[in-house]
Design a protein. Structure first.
Length: 88
């Protein structure tokens, strides 16, 4: 029973492997004459990309600042404990 499943899987993989190059050969190249008619303005995409980067950077800075604040608070606690132990 296991042999049949392995054979079926191997046959399916072989079929896919042989079929993909055939699909690539089925495509036909058509030469473009004249100027391209479908032009997408780059401005909005660049603005969105810069906005995304700035949001990512600011989010990172906020997380780091929050972590630094937490570490400073813990460091203050440790300093207070050390001072309390040294005064005894």
């Amino acid at each position: 029973m296991k042999t049949t499943g392995k054979l079926t899987t191997a046959l399916a993989a072989l079929t896919v492997t042989l079929a993909l190059p055939a699909a690539a050969f089925a495509q036909v190249f058509e030469k473009v004459r004249g100027p391209a008619t479908d032009e997408v303005p780059a401005g909005p995409f660049v603005a969105i990309a810069y906005g995304f980067i700035w949001v990512a950077i600011l989010t990172y800075v906020a997380f780091v600042a929050r972590g630094v604040g937490r570490v400073r608070g813990e460091l203050d606690d440790v300093r207070r404990k050390i001072d309390a132990e040294s005064k005894r």
